[in-house]
Structures are given as structure tokens and as C-alpha cells.
Design a protein around this ligand. Structure first.
Ligand code: NAD
Length: 349
């Protein structure tokens, strides 16, 4: 007998199926079944040979289930996570973990009361584009980070499902913002002092279909995070200015390009001539003072998320996505909503 943990998935839609497929290949969890409120989703699971429980109660009452992944629309995470914890199961919520600070504290309270493990799925910590930026920042090879720009641009508007409806926790700040904020905090640190945000409402008036967000630090460093759903020409995925160079990833399938300044002073700068004048200030550097190269793509295995969660259940590790980090990401999101209302930066204390 292996020591895999028995996993139940609640919500077998797009992301629930993703979890199921990975669980079937996992070395740490065994998929025992799913529950979805829609009969057609349960039937689909059964067609694929996955057990579908007839009700949430039946699923959560199965004594063999050790952990539950909750992959339902955002407004339902709290209720189902707490139900799972109260049934004595460890619970893993899809992102965003929930929609208010009180709600998050109720979820932590239920985990504590039942002595169970609870965390959120921040799977984009395993994206290689983000990992490359983090590696450049941590290595210091082009000096201290001054600012990080992180963008996701699509051109199909916001999806027409629950993501476009406020009551379900729709909107791009919750959907993509939660990933990009978490990544920025992992790179720049967990102590930003303020956030400023503006929403787009181009294809959807009810929720944001894109946003621009500034995250500021006490020492002047900052992150600019942008999600757009009406960008037919996307801007680069990552652009990071550091004291001695710049790191760029144009597209998340491409390598990280580095331009490293080897000598600050130049002997002779050739001016660039444009239609209306000359500029030396903005002229590109040549290879005498600038070294340009690509870095190898970092290795990454998204199964490490479940590996960590299972080790925590066994008391052999700390959560890689800690409760304090979950609090901070939600705090930034909620302050961003306030900033949209006030039109000003909102403090993060
Ligand atoms: N981490 C990621 O990369 C990532 C990617 C996509 C979605 N998500 C998250 O996963 C969650 C689900 O998103 P999705 O894209 O799979 O949505 P989806 O609409 O494709 O699937 C949601 C499923 O939940 C079911 N459901 C709704 N209420 C339920 C209930 N009370 N009990 C049981 N089942 C219920 C629906 O019938 C549906 O099948 C969201 O929180 C979303 O933010 C995360």
C-alpha cells in the first residue's frame, strides 16, 4: 500500500477537471471521486471512470476522504471549505481564497478548530516566466530591483460565465489579479505600504474586465500590475528594471532576456536622429557597455504544490502558501477595490 492521500474534488468544471487530471498522475494523492452540483458534470466524470458522489454530504461523509479540493465559483469557497473542515477533512481552496477578510478568518478558524490543514491553490508560483524573474531578482546579477511590471493581455473580453457577475466574485482582479499580486509579493516582498488601482469596464459594466494596479514599497520600489482583456497586441509579460540592468519576458512561452550594464560611463555616444531632432540621452548603448543574453528556463513541477500540502498533513513541512501570505494577498485586493472607489492610493497596514 502506498501512502498517497485520498482526494475528493468538489466542483468538476474547468479547474476541477484540471485538478482531477493531475491527481490521476500524482505521486502523493489518489483521486477517490468528485462532486459537482450539476448532474451533467457528474455524468461526465463517470464516463471518464471517476466516481461521482450524489451529494456533497455523501462525499464529505466518506471516511476514506482525507483531503478536499474546492474548485467552485469564488463566492462558494468559504461555505464548502468550512463544511469540509467540519467533516474532519483537510481543505484546499481554489483562488481567490474568498471575498472578504471576515470570511477568510472564519475559514482559518474552522481549520484551527478541527486541527486540519487549509491553504489556497497559488499554482502560478510554478510558472517558469515568473520563476525566471524571481531568479534574476534573487541572484542580484543585475542589481537591486527598482520596479517590476507584470502584465497579462488577452483580446476576448471577460469570459461570459460567472466571472462576469459580481455576486459570484467575478472580475479580473479576483481572477488574474490574485495570481499576479501573489507573484509580485514573492519577488518584491510581503511589506508593500500602499496600493492604487483603476478598473476597465469595456465589455462588462458589472465587474472589472481589466485593471491597472500600483503596489508601492517604503523604499520607493514598486510593482505595476496590469490585466487587459481587449489588447489585440499584448505588451510584454514581464519587464523588470534593476539598478544595473533590465530583464524582459515578452511572452510567457519565451525566455527571459537580460541586458546588463557592464560599464556606466561610455566614451562616445552616437546620437539617434529622428524626424524632429537628435537625442543622445535616449540613444541605445552598444556592446562595449551592455551585455545582452538569455537565461535558461528554470525547471518547475506544479505537482510540488500537492506534495507540499501532503507533507504538511504529515507534519513534515510548513505550508508553501502560508496563512499570512493568503491574508496579505486578500488585503491588497480589498484595498485595490477601495482605491477604485476613492480614486486614491490606499494604505496597507
Ligand atoms: N488556479 C488556477 O489557475 C485557476 C484557473 C481557473 C479557475 N480557477 C478557480 O477555480 C474555481 C472554479 O473555476 P472554473 O473555471 O473551474 O469554473 P467552472 O464554472 O468551469 O466550474 C465550476 C464548477 O463548480 C460547480 N459548482 C457550482 N456550485 C457548486 C456547489 N455548490 N457544489 C458543487 N459544485 C458546484 C459548477 O457546476 C461547475 O461545474 C474558481 O474559484 C476559479 O477562480 C483557478
Amino acid at each position: 500500500m502506498d501512502n498517497k492521500k485520498n482526494l475528493l474534488i468538489i466542483g468538476y468544471g474547468g479547474m476541477g477537471s484540471w485538478h482531477a487530471e493531475r491527481a490521476l498522475k500524482s505521486d502523493v494523492v489518489r483521486l477517490v471521486g468528485i462532486y459537482d452540483i450539476k448532474p451533467e458534470r457528474r455524468a461526465l466524470a463517470e464516463q471518464k471512470g471517476i466516481k461521482a458522489y450524489a451529494s456533497r454530504e455523501e462525499a464529505l461523509s466518506d471516511p476514506s476522504v482525507e483531503m478536499v479540493t474546492v474548485a467552485v465559483p469564488n463566492d462558494m469557497h468559504e461555505e464548502i471549505v468550512i463544511d469540509a473542515l467540519n467533516h474532519g477533512k483537510n481543505a484546499l481552496s481554489e483562488k481567490p481564497v474568498t471575498l472578504s477578510m471576515d470570511s477568510l478568518e472564519r475559514m482559518f478558524g474552522a481549520a484551527e478548530k478541527n486541527h486540519k490543514v487549509f491553504s489556497v491553490h497559488q499554482n502560478r508560483r510554478w510558472d517558469v516566466d515568473y520563476l525566471a524573474m524571481k531568479q534574476v531578482s534573487e541572484s542580484g546579477e543585475i542589481g537591486q530591483v527598482i520596479n517590476l511590471e507584470s502584465r497579462i493581455h488577452g483580446s476576448r473580453g471577460i469570459p461570459s460565465d460567472w466571472r462576469g457577475i459580481k455576486q459570484y466574485g467575478g472580475g479580473m482582479l479576483y481572477d488574474w489579479g490574485v495570481h499576479l499580486i501573489d507573484q509580485a509579493l514573492m519577488i518584491l516582498g510581503w511589506d508593500p505600504v500602499s496600493v492604487m488601482c483603476r478598473f476597465d469596464h469595456i465589455t462588462n459594466q458589472e465587474v472589472d474586465d481589466g485593471f491597472k494596479l500600483f503596489l508601492d514599497y517604503k523604499d520607493g520600489r514598486n510593482a505595476f500590475i496590469e490585466v487587459g482583456t481587449l489588447n489585440f497586441l499584448p505588451m510584454p509579460r514581464f519587464y523588470m528594471r534593476c539598478r544595473n540592468g533590465t530583464a524582459l519576458i515578452r511572452d510567457w512561452r519565451e525566455n527571459c532576456q537580460i541586458a546588463k550594464c557592464t560599464h556606466w560611463h561610455e566614451s562616445e555616444v552616437l546620437p539617434v536622429e529622428t524626424a524632429a531632432g537628435l537625442t543622445k540621452t535616449m540613444a541605445p548603448r552598444d556592446s562595449v557597455t551592455l551585455d545582452t543574453y538569455e537565461i535558461a528556463r528554470p525547471s518547475s513541477d506544479v505537482h510540488d504544490y500537492y506534495r507540499n500540502f501532503c507533507k504538511v498533513i504529515d507534519g513534515k513541512a510548513e505550508l508553501c502558501v502560508s496563512h499570512d501570505q493568503m491574508r496579505k494577498v486578500l488585503q491588497v485586493i480589498l484595498a485595490a477595490f477601495r482605491s477604485v472607489e476613492t480614486g486614491r492610493p490606499e494604505p496597507l497596514v
